[in-house]
Design a binder for this molecule. Structure first.
Ligand SMILES: C[S@@+](CC[C@H](N)C(=O)[O-])C[C@H]1O[C@@H](n2cnc3c(N)ncnc32)[C@H](O)[C@@H]1O
Length: 391
């Protein structure tokens, strides 16, 4: 048995023992070696730092990374060549891949559209399960699409890989029984609903600028609408035109900015770190991003500041946490009172009984889309302000 075969078998065994793979999907995962889809140069996240790994320079570490249960970053900054910046493509974490495939409820012979081909690994798993002739995958980046095409072909999997904007779906192969997006959205592109057969399903990571990631599972009805619940933690990179702009705190919080100052008893833990709370807050505070800046090197040992920013309006708030009891100092700048919005949204969530994200759902129609609590008739109240722009 080669090292690759041993590591592949180990990963599949780990996923199965963790309860992530049904016997059917276990069989499928065992047929698709992940390392055949991973490029020679990748990046992995370790202790909060991103490090580069090259197959020729460190073959053992590279192969281990291919079979660890974590994402392997395969492109930075849309492949601008700088080899720096934000993740723009990856082979997703295998646990997450398994969770999303399971949520798809796929049967052999079903026609599937994948949005975000990336390496082609997930497309290969889909192809083994439902038949390669039934799988279409769209990737916005031509170089990535080309590479995935080659990797799929080498395994004899004749998946249709299209270079294009997956937000438009791919009409020539429609209708689909299932659409799976492996890039996150803040709005579900309506062409996905149009191109799914009635009774079919759409699975996509869905989030907000404040909280990137729950899995949304929609069922498409005959009347051209789709509805379904959120379930599961699925942090993903965004569909390209739905990204909230990146940017460092020091570019947004400038020394000559005026601000108002107040004090709060509220600690950031619940609004920021509780998955359900931050998911719900994100529904009410459009385009608000949070960044935590620690004073010292080691997080958790000392003081830190939470920055809330709106990259469009230029508003910001800082929330200073010192060790010891509250109050904590808050400063707010700009037309949006971002901290006040956050506390209002947090109070709304608490007063609603602190619902888990799984009690929320979304409905997509040709004219609008909205999020609800428990039932489509019970819409989440509107956003607390209009941001200057939205992706
Ligand atoms: C997390 S990766 C997908 C992982 C992939 N399924 C795999 O198995 O390797 C997300 C991918 O979505 C692609 N993407 C982003 N926006 C897109 C769009 N509008 N249309 C198609 N692909 C898009 C990115 O280029 C990236 O390759």
């Amino acid at each position: 048995m080669s090292d690759a075969e041993r590591l592949h078998a180990r990963l599949v065994g780990e996923l199965a023992s963790a309860g992530c793979l049904s016997p059917t999907w276990r069989e499928v995962f065992a047929q698709v070696p992940r390392h055949l889809f991973i490029p020679g140069t990748v990046w992995v996240e370790e202790d909060g730092r991103t490090s580069r790994l090259n197959r020729d320079e460190s073959p053992d570490a590279w192969l281990e990374a291919c079979y660890d249960d974590r994402p392997v970053i395969t492109q930075l900054d849309d492949g601008d060549g700088s080899e720096q910046g934000y993740w723009s493509s990856s082979a997703s974490m295998p646990t997450l891949v398994a969770m999303m495939l399971d949520a798809l409820d796929l049967e052999p012979g079903m026609r599937v559209l994948e949005v975000g081909t990336g390496t082609g690994y997930n497309a290969a798993l889909l192809a083994v399960r439902t038949g390669a002739e039934n799988v279409t995958s769209v990737e916005v980046d031509a170089a990535l699409a080309g590479r995935a095409r080659t990797s799929l072909k080498a395994l004899g999997l004749a998946v249709t890989v299209v270079t294009g904007d997956g937000a438009l779906g791919h009409r020539p192969s429609a209708p689909y029984d299932r659409i799976l997006s492996t890039a996150a959205v803040q709005r579900v592109p309506y062409p996905w609903v149009q191109q799914t057969a009635a009774g079919g399903g759409i699975v996509t990571p869905w989030g907000t600028a404040f909280h990137n990631g729950a899995l949304l599972r929609l069922r498409v009805d005959e009347d051209g609408t789709a509805s379904g619940h959120f379930d599961g933690n699925a942090g993903f990179m965004w569909l390209r035109d739905q990204r909230t702009p990146h940017g460092a705190v020091e570019d947004r919080v400038l020394p000559d900015h005026d601000f108002t100052e107040s004090a709060t008893e509220l600690h950031p833990y619940s609004p920021l770190s509780d998955f359900d709370s931050s998911f719900a807050i994100g529904l009410r505070v459009p385009a608000m991003k949070s960044t935590v800046v620690f004073d010292g090197y080691a997080p958790g040992t000392g003081a830190y500041t939470v920055y809330l920013t709106d990259p469009y309006a230029g508003s910001w708030a800082s929330w200073r946490i010192e060790p010891g009891p509250p109050p904590y100092r808050v400063r707010q700048h700009g037309p949006r009172r971002l901290f006040d919005e956050l506390t209002t949204a947090h109070r709304w969530w608490k007063e609603a009984g602190s619902p888990s994200h799984t009690r929320f759902g979304a409905t997509v129609t040709p004219d609008e889309q909205y999020v609800w609590l428990d039932d489509p008739a019970h819409r989440v109240p509107p956003p607390l302000s209009e941001p200057a722009g939205l992706p």
